[in-house]
Ligand binder design. Structure first.
Ligand SMILES: [Zn+2]
Length: 493
C-alpha cells in the first residue's frame, strides 16, 4: 500500500537511467510539453481494462442506486447536459474529440472527484459539482483530467509501477502488462484505486503537466482560464474526506496557483483566439506568446497615435430640424430636433423619436428628461453630463444626481451618482458608414448605463449601447442629416 506512494519518488530518480536503457521501447515524448516519459503502455493498450473497470463501476453504482439518470429529474437532466457540453468543448479544444468515444456518467456520491478513463469514459462524482460551481469550474477540472489522458499519464504510472517491481535489466517490459500480477495496478492507475484498496497517485510532474495542458484546453474551449485559480482555491479549501478523493492526490494550492499564474499568458492566447491551433511544442508556444505581445504593443502604439490625432470635439450645435436615424435588433427610428423649450439650464433641445419618445438635452448635450407617449417622465437634476467638452481620451467625471420617475400619477425619487469616462478614439462601422468616434462610457449608481460613440463629423453619437438588468441593446446610426459647418445654435436662433 505504502509501496505505491514510494513509486514516483523512486522513478524520478530512475527516469534518466531508464530512458537511457529503454529508449527503444519505453521512452516517449509528451505532446506539447515535450517531457520524456518512460511509458510502453498506451491508452489503446489500456482500453480493454478501462472497459472492464468502467462496466464494474457502472454495475456497482447501479446496484446501489446511485447512478444518476436523465429521467430522474429535470435538474439531473440539466446537470448531465451541462457536463456533456463542457466535455464536448474541452475534447474539441484538446483535438481528441473524435479519437475516443466520450461518454459521461454521473454518480450520486459525495466524493469530490472526476475520473477520465483511457477509453474516454468520464465518471463525475456529484460531490464535485458544488465545488465546480459553474461551467468554467467544471472546465478547469475536466480540462485537467482530459490532459492526464492526452499525456497518457495512466499508462506512464502503470509502466512506472511495473518497472519499480521488476529488475530493470531483466524485465520483459512488453510482456509485463499481460502478467496478472500487475492487474490490480491498472485500476489504481486510473484514479479508481479505492476499488482495490490503494492508490497509485500521479507525481508532481504529471500534475503540473495536467494543469498546464488543462489550462490551454479550457481556454481554447472558450472558458476564462483565470477561473481555474478560483476553482483550485475552492478545492484547496475543501477538506478531502476519503483517501481516494481528488485533493489528496493533488498538489498544494500555493504551488498550483504560482504555476497557473505563470502559465496564464499562454492560456490567454487561446482564450482570445480559439482558432489558434494547439502548439506542437513549448518553443512554438513561446513564439506565439512573443508574437502576441508584439501585436498588443503595436495595437497600443496605434491607439496612442489615433488618440493623438483626435480632433478637438467641442459641444455640437444643431440647426432646427436636424435629424438622425438609428437601427437596432429591436427596430429603429428617426430622431428629429423638433423644438426648443425653456429649462433650468436656459434653453433645451427636444429630440422627438418616430415612436413618440422625447429626449430633452441641454445646450451642452446633457440629458435632462425622458418622456414616453404613455406618460412616463424621468427628470434628472442636474441633467446627466453624458459628455464633458471638449472630449479627451482618459478624461473622467462624475456628479451626484437626483432623479424623479413619474408614471400614472405615482412618483418615485432617488439620489445616486452619475459618472462618465472617455475610453477610446477609434473607427466604428455603422449602417451610415465608418466614423472616427470617441467612446464614452457612463455609469449610473455604479452600474453600466450607456456607452456612446460620439463622432465629431456627424455631430452626434453614431452608436449607442444601453445597459439594463435584462441585458444590453446596441443602436447604430443608419442615416443622419449632413449639415455644413458651422451651424447656428438653435438656442440662439
Ligand atoms: Zn491530476
Amino acid at each position: 500500500m505504502n509501496r505505491a506512494h514510494t513509486v514516483p519518488r523512486l522513478l524520478r530518480r530512475a527516469t534518466a537511467a531508464a530512458c537511457f536503457l529503454l529508449v527503444a521501447v519505453a521512452c516517449v515524448t509528451v505532446a506539447i510539453t515535450g517531457r520524456s516519459q518512460v511509458r510502453w503502455i498506451s491508452n489503446v493498450d489500456l482500453a480493454p481494462d478501462a472497459d472492464r473497470l468502467f462496466a464494474a463501476v457502472l454495475a456497482d453504482a447501479s446496484s446501489r442506486g446511485i447512478l444518476v439518470s436523465r429521467s430522474d429529474s429535470t435538474a439531473d437532466a440539466r446537470t448531465i447536459e451541462t457536463i456533456e457540453r463542457v466535455v464536448a468543448k474541452i475534447t474539441e479544444a484538446a483535438d481528441v474529440s473524435s479519437r475516443y468515444r466520450w461518454d459521461v456518467t454521473l454518480v450520486r456520491a459525495r466524493h469530490v472527484n472526476a475520473v477520465v478513463l483511457p477509453n474516454g469514459r468520464i465518471i463525475v462524482f456529484a460531490g464535485l459539482l458544488p465545488l465546480a460551481q459553474n461551467e468554467a469550474g467544471l472546465a478547469a477540472v475536466l480540462g485537467h483530467e482530459v490532459a492526464h489522458l492526452v499525456a497518457e499519464h495512466q499508462g506512464e504510472r502503470l509502466s512506472q509501477a511495473i518497472l519499480a517491481e521488476a529488475t530493470l535489466q531483466t524485465v520483459n517490459l512488453v510482456l509485463a502488462l499481460a502478467n496478472v500480477r500487475y492487474r490490480p495496478l491498472v485500476g489504481a492507475a486510473f484514479g479508481l484505486g479505492a476499488q482495490f484498496g490503494f492508490l497509485l497517485p500521479s507525481n508532481r510532474e504529471q500534475e503540473s503537466e495536467a494543469d498546464r495542458l488543462g489550462l490551454l484546453f479550457m481556454a481554447r474551449a472558450g472558458y476564462d482560464p483565470a477561473e481555474a485559480l478560483a476553482f483550485w482555491r475552492r478545492m484547496a479549501a475543501h477538506e478531502g474526506s476519503g483517501p481516494w478523493e481528488f485533493v489528496s492526490t493533488h498538489p498544494s494550492y500555493a504551488t498550483r496557483e504560482a504555476q497557473i499564474r505563470q502559465w496564464l499568458p499562454d492560456a490567454n492566447l487561446y482564450f482570445a483566439n480559439r482558432s489558434l491551433p494547439l502548439p506542437r511544442d513549448l518553443g512554438e508556444l513561446a513564439r506565439l506568446r512573443e508574437a502576441e505581445q508584439q501585436r498588443i504593443a503595436e495595437a497600443r502604439r496605434a491607439r496612442e497615435r489615433r488618440i493623438a490625432m483626435a480632433p478637438l470635439a467641442t459641444v455640437p450645435t444643431f440647426p432646427k430640424g436636424y435629424w438622425f436615424e438609428f437601427g437596432s435588433p429591436l427596430g429603429g427610428g428617426r430622431y428629429v430636433l423638433e423644438r426648443t423649450e425653456a429649462c433650468d439650464q436656459g434653453t433645451c433641445n427636444v429630440f422627438v423619436a418616430s415612436n413618440g419618445i422625447e429626449h430633452v438635452y441641454t445646450a451642452d448635450y446633457a440629458e435632462a428628461q425622458y418622456r414616453s407617449p404613455q406618460g412616463t417622465v424621468i427628470r434628472y437634476d442636474p441633467p446627466l453630463r453624458l459628455f464633458q467638452w471638449p472630449l479627451k481620451v482618459g478624461d473622467t467625471w462624475s456628479h451626484p444626481v437626483r432623479f424623479v420617475l413619474a408614471r400614472g400619477g405615482t412618483q418615485q425619487e432617488g439620489r445616486t451618482q452619475f459618472a462618465g469616462e472617455v475610453v477610446d478614439y477609434d473607427s466604428v462601422k455603422t449602417g451610415a458608414g465608418e466614423f472616427l468616434a470617441f467612446h464614452v462610457r457612463t455609469t449610473f449608481a455604479g452600474r453600466p448605463f450607456k456607452d456612446f460613440w460620439y463622432a465629431p463629423e456627424a455631430r452626434t453619437y453614431i452608436k449607442l449601447t444601453e445597459h439594463s438588468p435584462s441585458g444590453a441593446v446596441t443602436f447604430e446610426v443608419v442615416n443622419f442629416q449632413r449639415t455644413p459647418e458651422p451651424s447656428t445654435p438653435l438656442s440662439r436662433e
